[in-house]
Design a protein. Structure first.
Length: 487
């Protein structure tokens, strides 16, 4: 189901930053600051993972799959954070249901007639898949769309057409072929990775041959929202107690805001491969980035509030699920401004700046959120993910509760060398960079603090100088009076 608060958002991105900017001009690009990106950038089609449907990686900002709907091919953003399928353009060999619908997102929505057409996706065929056909525009050009892979309880289309005829793609595949296991897997590649050149893959009902080890990983139960909030059900699970290990090797404490969570030290985490930048509580993001020299928190138009830090700064963070550690590649912890079409800027220390990819929430989750964080592409590139629908499927006879399995695919030694190669030109200078003391301040507040402190010091020096000047004057007058009295 679509995220009620994120949605596909294409923003005009203008350079606007409180950091020193050198030789920067205002630019405008099409950027999905939250859900993916539409771009004409070259796509890497290399895949080392046989057997799956190859994904097209657009600069680590979005991952597209080619589907055949009606009699033509569409490039659709794969999205585990929503469930419905929509495409822009006229679909041939389709039947109009006579119904219309809107899929509502935070900043906008897409609307159009609900149609049905034959769908071919990942070696599976659905003869009459329901989808939304929207008119192309500048934001959504003809030939693109979104394919939702999340639970169907919040599907806008099925509410209009009916549970089974209007069911999302995966539900239709699993329901019409009971021999197909009720799971799918997602593998996301990393752009500019010097050692692992693949763009990504998706499978339905099967596991990629070289990642069979995922079947031995712990079953992470998909936590279910209360019945009255079923529209907000996502592919979500529990992080371990204090399950984030920061750059200093210490755990980052969190307190869950999810009402139904029994252990408040366990955060509820949503996995969303349609979300470019992971969203975390502000306290967690600050704990990750604030202690690096030159790091500043600022507002970036089209992206929102984020930490900016030197591109040469290696950031190492690890997440823990069911007692297992999942390290994040340092290339996934920060992003170059050029990736989103912006000119380079400098940090307050004069170094080339990058954007911290893990950012505080950029939207309002409501008074009673059903999750504490969203781990998007920057996290998911570090794991091979398996999502088992279990008894989520309408009419399913499966007795097993839905679950998630994660296989770590990031080797920390190799990841460090990748960072040195890509960001440092092959010369390892990471050993010269330490962390500021945890009590030190950063960002605009730090600068203000320094200004106030400097003013105070100057004031004290002036006061001392005045004191000594007056003291000297008093002594001179005293001696003069003494001399006059002698006369």
């Amino acid at each position: 189901m679509p995220w009620p608060s994120f949605g596909p958002l294409i923003c005009a991105l203008l350079v606007s930053c409180t950091l020193p900017i050198e030789n920067v001009r205002a630019v405008s690009i099409q950027f999905r600051g939250i859900k993916g990106v539409l771009s004409n950038s070259p796509r890497r089609l290399v895949s080392r993972a046989p057997g799956g449907l190859t994904l097209n990686n657009t600069a680590d900002l979005s991952y597209y799959a080619d589907i055949v709907l009606g009699n033509q091919t569409f490039q659709v953003l794969i999205d585990t954070g929503s469930s419905d399928l929509w495409v822009a353009g006229v679909v041939g060999q389709s039947n109009d249901t006579g119904l219309n619908a809107s899929i509502n997102y935070a900043a906008n929505s897409v609307s159009g007639p609900i149609k049905q057409a034959p769908l071919s996706f990942a070696d599976h065929l659905v003869p009459d898949q329901a989808f939304l056909e929207i008119s192309p525009d500048n934001k959504n050009p003809a030939g693109v769309g979104i394919l939702g892979l999340g639970p169907s309880s919040g599907s806008f289309i099925s509410k209009k057409v009916g549970t089974l005829p209007g069911a999302p793609v995966l539900d239709r595949i699993f329901y019409q072929n009971r021999t197909t296991p009720n799971f799918f897997t997602v593998l996301l590649g990393r752009d500019k990775d010097p050692t692992d050149a693949f763009s990504g893959s998706i499978t339905v009902g099967e596991v990629l041959p070289e990642y069979q080890a995922i079947l031995n990983e712990p079953h992470l139960a998909i936590t279910q929202v209360p019945d009255e909030k079923s529209d907000d059900q996502h592919l979500q699970m529990l992080l371990d107690q204090d399950g984030i290990i920061g750059p200093d090797g210490k755990t980052i404490s969190l307190v869950s805001v999810v009402e139904q969570t029994k252990d408040k030290r366990q955060a509820t985490v949503v996995l969303d491969c349609g979300f470019t930048l992971p969203q975390l509580p502000r306290s967690a993001v600050d704990a990750i980035y604030s202690r690096f020299h030159g790091a500043e928190y600022t507002q970036i138009a089209g992206v929102g509030g984020a930490w900016v830090l030197p591109c040469a700064q290696e950031v190492n963070v690890t997440f823990k699920f069911a007692g297992k550690r999942y390290p994040i590649h340092p290339l996934d912890m920060s992003m170059e401004f050029s990736t989103i079409g912006l000119q380079d800027i400098l940090t307050s220390d004069g170094e080339r700046a990058c954007i911290g990819t893990f950012q505080p929430f950029t939207y309002d989750r409501g008074l009673n959120p059903n999750y504490d964080m969203v781990l998007g592409m920057a996290f998911m590139r570090n794991v091979y993910s398996l999502f088992d629908y279990g008894d989520f499927i309408e009419g399913s006879t499966a007795l097993e509760d839905p679950y998630i399995q994660l296989l770590s695919i990031t080797n920390t030694t190799e990841a460090h060398q990748d960072f040195v190669t890509v960001r440092l030109g092959g010369i390892d200078t990471t050993g010269t960079r330490g962390l500021r003391d945890s009590t030190s301040k950063s960002g605009p507040g730090r600068t203000l603090y320094y200004i106030i402190a400097a003013v105070a010091v100057v004031a004290v020096l002036v006061a001392v100088a005045i004191f000594f000047i007056l003291r000297v004057d008093v002594l001179l007058w005293s001696r003069l009076l003494d001399q006059l009295s002698l006369v």
